[in-house]
Design a protein around this ligand. Structure first.
Ligand code: SF4
Length: 121
């Protein structure tokens, strides 16, 4: 079965057609090698960085921006976001602090993408 993707590796946004031919994965429409790798990964196991926010207390801000420290399988993103909606962290938080380890068994950690001081300090 052929699948169509838009390559998001660079702003050229090449239109890719990807399909299997025996044991080979064929990528067409890519203008460079990076697009071939992107097309193969999208076809086999698409992944994305996860960026969202979690609740924080003890700060003048209501939410802390967080990011995954690696790409997460696309079919796990919704489950991971749901887990992050359930938690509340407490200020102070330093950029890079681990907010959730091995989220949903992916082996990927969620880390703070900014520092937030404790209110009044
Ligand atoms: S295939 Fe290459 S040139 Fe085209 S969007 Fe992807 S990275 Fe950019």
């Amino acid at each position: 079965m052929k699948k169509e993707f838009t390559c998001i590796v660079c702003p050229m946004s090449c239109h890719l057609t990807v399909y299997k031919d025996g044991n080979d994965i064929i990528v067409e429409g890519n203008s460079c090698k990076r697009g071939k790798i992107f097309g193969e990964n999208e076809f086999i196991n698409p992944k994305r960085m996860l960026t969202t926010t979690v609740k924080i207390t003890g700060s003048h801000l209501a939410r802390l921006p967080v990011i995954s420290n690696d790409e997460i399988p696309k079919n796990k993103i919704f489950e991971c976001v749901n887990e992050l909606y359930k938690i509340t962290v407490e200020a102070p938080i330093k950029r890079g602090d681990i907010i959730m380890k091995d989220i949903c068994g992916t082996g990927i950690d969620i880390v703070a993408s900014r520092s937030i001081k404790k209110e009044g300090i």
